[in-house]
Design a protein around this ligand. Structure first.
Ligand code: SAM
Length: 292
């Protein structure tokens, strides 16, 4: 079976990791208790015409797309604990609709730009898009998890020698670490990276690692209503969080089942990572390389 009937979902669970194969509105409505989730990372289709399995990511208008988003945004907010946090991504052209809507429901603490280097086709008639926006909101701005010490980055001063602050009574070296600002540079997931899966918009583990470390503690519940390759769940699992992932397309659910070690096969099909084109097919070739 590779298609689900409407209004039906299937649950897969092992240890602290759960995958729901189904439509996210339906699963959020029927399977997830209100006020039960510490952190939500939502990376929905962006309304830019990508193809996700049988699904084409294009609504009749931006407003139609926004109306659809408002439904799952409302549900997600309902699922958050009173001290919960939510990160939401979308396209640069659609995020303003989500921002204006969400700021009535949560306190938006940061508007993050995930910036990356160019790849693929270059724009010739306008400025090419080299970032994706992320909203970071919390239910209660006075009480929420933010583990600043877990996500420190180098504080670049531009100087080659260590800078000393002479204004202090005892001159001390400037801090060499800081909490990241709201422009994040992480490379996109490339074919040759070990984490690569076959999906048109897989997010990098490094991006999810920062979010999960900052906005949840060990044992917390992390939910992703549009899981794709289950990056959120895989990183949550590695960091000792409880993961819940929802995905509608069967092929991506199979990636999740394998990536999280929930099942080794699906309907009799062995779930294996496809071999990459540059990986040696021929055992003789491999032994020649190994000798080099
Ligand atoms: C932008 S991708 C998420 C990528 C993911 N963050 C990753 O790192 O792989 C959005 C995903 O949402 C799924 N999707 C789209 N509409 C859905 C719906 N109504 N319910 C559940 N999943 C849906 C698509 O199949 C697609 O895999």
């Amino acid at each position: 079976m590779t298609n689900l009937e409407e209004g039906v979902s299937q649950k897969f669970q092992k240890g602290t990791n759960t995958i729901f194969w189904g439509e996210s509105l339906h699963v959020l409505n029927t399977q997830i208790a209100d006020a039960s989730v510490d952190l939500i990372f939502a990376d929905p289709p962006y309304n830019i015409g990508k193809t996700f399995g049988a699904f084409k990511d294009r609504w009749a208008s931006d407003r139609d797309y926004a109306q659809w988003c408002y439904q799952w945004l409302d549900l997600c907010v309902k699922k958050l604990k009173p001290n919960g946090s939510m990160y939401v991504m979308s396209s640069t052209q659609c995020i303003p609709y989500l921002d204006i809507y969400l700021r009535e429901k949560l306190t938006i603490l940061s508007r993050i730009v995930w910036a990356y280097d160019s790849s693929g086709v270059q724009a010739r008639s306008r400025y090419g898009s080299l970032y994706e926006p992320i909203l970071f909101g919390v239910v209660n701005k006075k009480e929420y998890t933010f583990n600043a010490q877990e996500i420190l980055v180098e504080a670049k001063t531009g100087a080659t020698r260590k800078l000393i602050d002479y204004r202090k009574a005892t001159p001390t070296q400037y801090n060499t670490q800081k909490v990241p600002g709201n422009v994040w540079n992480f490379p996109r997931v490339r074919y040759r990276m070990p984490e690569y899966e076959e999906h048109p918009s897989q997010k990098p583990e490094a991006l999810l690692e920062r979010i999960i470390l900052a906005s949840s503690d060990k044992g917390d519940v992390v939910l992703d209503p549009f899981s794709g390759t289950f990056t959120t769940s895989a990183v949550a699992q590695r960091l000792g969080r409880v993961s819940i992932g929802i995905e509608r397309e069967c092929d991506y659910v199979k990636i999740g089942l394998r990536r999280l070690g929930i099942q080794a096969d699906f309907n009799g099909e062995a779930l294996q990572k496809p071999t990459k084109s540059y990986q040696a097919q021929n055992p003789y070739q491999l032994s020649v390389f190994e000798e080099l």
